[in-house]
Design a protein around this ligand. Structure first.
Ligand code: NAD
Length: 259
């Protein structure tokens, strides 16, 4: 147990979640990491980050599509590191296909991981945050929480749902010192984006290079958002200075959703 701030960050073994973990750890926050991946690599990242920033880092292999796993993750995290001050709902998956052929199991998995997991984690931590009169909840949504693209029915629907969940939770918790916000990044070059390029190319009948350029065509500044831009915004939102920012969906998308 410790007097430091404590965070749970879902889907933090890769990409944006890992970047946010590093940024919070660097500012002295103890973190429960979560996500899939090679056990040895995860342990290396966990122990290196803990040592480098002199913080406590735990790893939970909980599957965010399973409510029982989520309940256990929160229970074990709080038993080991203390009450949760900061919750970052970041775990997310993608699948690209025309709606007529969209596999039902992919729809169910995307809604479970991208949307329902944020409901379950929030439900598990909210009474503790209310009792302590402090909390920061950040839902990593997407530009797709605000606008749509073809062939991403489940992802776009789940992310629009995250925007709605964010606003509702913010209103309910506003009087308790708890802020709830969504970060809506444009395209960030992470494994999630890299993995969808072959499917995009196949669905659109173009080369993989053309599919990559087509993604960037939606961002007027023609480039990917960097992970550290997203983690810096998250770091700002968890600070005391951001106490008046709640219920918002903050875009960091190189101008994409201004169109
Ligand atoms: P990523 O694939 O690099 O990381 C996703 C993380 O989620 C990994 O740690 C993975 O292990 C974890 N994960 C996946 N399924 C899980 C499950 N069932 N249970 C627990 N963990 C699970 O992806 P990323 O690009 O860093 O995406 C992170 C978040 O940012 C997602 O919610 C994504 O929708 C959102 N986002 C990404 C982009 C982008 O361009 N990369 C843009 C906007 C929003």
């Amino acid at each position: 147990m410790t007097n430091r701030r404590t965070a749970i960050i879902t889907g933090s073994t890769s990409g944006i979640g890992l970047g946010v973990t590093q940024a919070l750890a660097a500012s002295g926050v103890n973190v429960t990491l979560n996500g899939f991946g090679d056990a040895a690599e995860i342990e290396e990242v966990r122990s290196d980050t803990a040592r480098r920033f002199s913080v406590e880092l735990r790893y939970s292999p909980a599957d965010m599509s399973k409510p029982a796993d989520i309940a256990r993750m929160v229970q074990e995290a709080e038993a080991a590191l203390g009450p949760t001050d900061i919750l970052i709902n970041n775990a997310g998956i993608q699948f690209v296909a025309p709606i007529g052929e969209f596999p039902v199991e992919k729809w169910n998995a995307i809604v479970a991981v991208n949307l329902s997991s944020a409901f379950h984690t929030t439900q598990a931590i909210v009474s503790g945050m209310k009792a302590r009169g402090f909390g920061r909840i950040i839902n990593i949504a997407s530009g797709h929480a605000l606008v749509a693209s073809p062939f991403k029915s489940a992802y776009v629907a789940s992310k629009h749902g995250v925007a709605g969940l964010t606003k509702t939770t913010a209103l309910e918790l506003a009087a308790h010192g708890i802020t709830v916000n969504a970060i809506c990044p444009g395209y960030v070059w992470t494994p999630l984006v890299a993995k969808q390029i072959p499917d995009q190319a196949k669905t659109r009948g173009v080369s993989e290079e053309e599919a990559k350029l087509a993604l960037l065509a939606t961002q007027p500044t023609r480039g990917f958002v960097e992970i550290d831009e997203v983690s810096s915004l998250a770091l700002y939102l968890v600070g005391d200075i951001a106490r008046s920012i709640t219920g918002t969906c903050i875009s960091i998308d190189r101008g994409w959703t201004a169109q």
